[in-house]
Design a protein around this ligand. Structure first.
Ligand code: GLC
Length: 509
């Protein structure tokens, strides 16, 4: 199991209200007890934090709010002593506008060639060079005082690099080596399918193939070069590849490219047996020919928290439909999230757990005047943004700020202390206890391939070599199949020993 640490919100060691490396180091025993195999750290590098650290000013410096490089090295070593490996996050599509290259480019240096600067269209160049939209809303171009425009697929503070330039490639290979030399075991690649642009920067036209900046063939050369470097160190990649086309997705996982990529089909899938089964089947089918392990993800720092999503009428995830004030049944969502935890941990492959999921944290509604996420602002204020899943964690129910540290950079909602890790650790019925048990018992299911078992409509039932996982998404309780023992259930069975709705169970075969 790989645990995602959003450093800023994990634990605050120095009491300034921002999570930091000292906080993570102090909580390593908690992570070891949970049973994590590796930690993926969202960017911890020097950053003006215009996009939560995905705007990197210097890859070789830890942001002072988080700590120092020496501390990061200690953290990597201490984690390893507990059997926990480290995955860093590299953001190759863009840098911060405070990065030395962009600053030099603004001064008119040759570094301009490392970005996409273009004159505008229209009589006075007052129109952007093309019609591309930022992923956060609004145009993907910003005009400078000298009249030129530069490309940013995300916020204006995140200028896109020009991947046709050899210096851009060289620099990223050096950055990879910099972190691999420091003992990291893996690298998460941010926005991995967006790096390469059509050099002509043509207008985007719906449906035209190839896309001017998504999933361009030239990308595969970049990752082949990276793979050779990873192989020198025995490290692995996980790509952030959002692509609906499974065949195109699988190309990133060819044996000489990325080892793994996030499974967004599973993450976005509604709580529906048929849809989930299809997503699982498609995932396994697309991974099989390339021999790559599948990944299973329910949540991350960009999407709605699982207990909230599953407690809504629309249980899938889509950036486009996020809205303020969506009615949510948290008790229902929590029951489903417990079942989904057992489902994902029973599937063949690697499971990613986003910090706080093991506590069953809900998505928070952040007061308008405290929202920081550019996605909110660039949507014109209609999108609540992603801060609601980034609220600082509750550790100790009785402590100020629920034991996070100083006054948190994002406010914790009322009721947050009830989710505190210390309370949950003492409660055998808590989400934390369920995750701990499931991770401990997971090997008992065996490592074999997944085989579906006959099951009633609305029920997912499959076998691994030594165990069975059954998830009931139908409206009525179901009888358990033949088994030799009950390993773990996400909720109580009914009086007749049947599995109720929205409940999962692991059985010894
Ligand atoms: C990825 C990250 C997200 C970030 C974006 C731009 O999607 O997960 O948090 O805003 O890339 O770097």
């Amino acid at each position: 199991m790989i645990y995602q640490v959003y450093v800023r919100s994990f634990a605050d060691g120095d009491g300034d209200g921002t999570g930091d490396l000292a906080g993570v180091r102090a909580r390593l025993p908690y992570l070891a007890e949970l049973g994590v195999d590796a930690l993926w750290f969202t960017p911890w590098y020097l950053s003006p934090m215009k996009d939560g650290g995905y705007d990197v000013a210097d890859y070789r410096v830890i942001d002072p709010a988080f700590g120092t490089l020496a501390e990061a090295e200690k953290l990597i070593a201490e984690a390893l002593q507990l059997g926990i490996r480290t995955i860093v996050d590299i953001v190759p599509n863009h840098v911060s506008d405070q990065h030395a290259w962009f600053r030099a480019a603004l001064r008119g240096g040759p570094e301009r060639e490392l970005f996409h600067f273009r004159p505008g269209r229209g009589a006075d160049g007052e129109l952007p060079p093309n019609n591309w939209r930022s992923q956060f809303g609004g145009p993907a171009w910003t005009r400078l005082a000298d009249g030129s425009w530069y490309l940013h697929l995300f916020a204006p503070e995140q200028p896109d690099l020009d991947w046709s330039h050899p210096a851009v490639r060289q620099e990223h290979e050096d950055i990879l080596r910099f972190w691999l030399e420091r003992g990291v075991a893996g690298v998460r690649i941010d926005s991995a399918a967006l790096l390469v642009k059509d050099p002509a920067l043509p207008d985007f036209t719906e449906g035209r193939d190839p896309h001017p900046y998504v999933d361009r063939d030239e990308l595969h050369d970049v990752y082949r070069a990276w793979r050779a470097i990873a192989d020198e160190y025995g490290a692995v990649f996980v790509g952030e590849v959002w692509l609906p086309d499974t065949e195109r997705f699988a190309r990133y996982l060819r044996p000489d490219e990325l080892h793994t990529a996030f499974n967004f089909s599973f993450l976005t899938c509604p709580w529906d047996a048929g849809r989930l089964r299809r997503s699982i089947d498609e995932t396994l089918a697309e991974h099989a020919p390339v021999g790559a392990p599948a990944t299973w993800v329910l949540c991350n720092h960009d999407v709605t928290r699982t207990v909230t999503r599953y407690g809504r009428e629309d249980t899938g995830f889509d950036f486009a439909t996020k809205a303020f004030g969506t009615p949510t049944d948290l008790a229902l969502g929590t029951r489903r999230a417990r079942a989904a935890a057992l489902l994902s941990l029973a599937l063949p492959g690697a499971v990613y757990v986003y910090q706080g999921e093991e506590l069953g944290l809900p998505e928070a509604e952040i007061p308008l005047d405290r929202i920081e996420d550019p996605m909110h602002f660039r949507s014109g204020g209609t999108d609540p943004g992603r801060d609601g899943c980034r609220v600082p964690l509750p550790w100790t129910a009785g402590a100020p700020h629920a034991g996070f540290g100083g006054e948190p950079w994002l406010p914790q909602p009322e009721g947050w202390p009830a989710y505190a890790a210390d309370l949950q650790a003492r409660d055998p019925g808590s989400m934390l206890s369920l995750y701990r048990e499931a991770i401990r018992l997971r090997p008992a299911l065996g490592d074999g391939p997944l085989t579906w078992l006959p099951a009633a409509e609305g029920v997912l039932a499959f076998r691994r070599s030594d165990g069975i996982c059954l998830v009931n998404l139908a409206g009525t309780p179901v009888t358990l199949p033949a088994h030799s023992g009950l390993l773990l259930a996400s909720g109580p069975l009914d009086a007749d020993g049947r599995l109720p709705e929205d409940t999962a169970v692991w059985l010894r075969a």
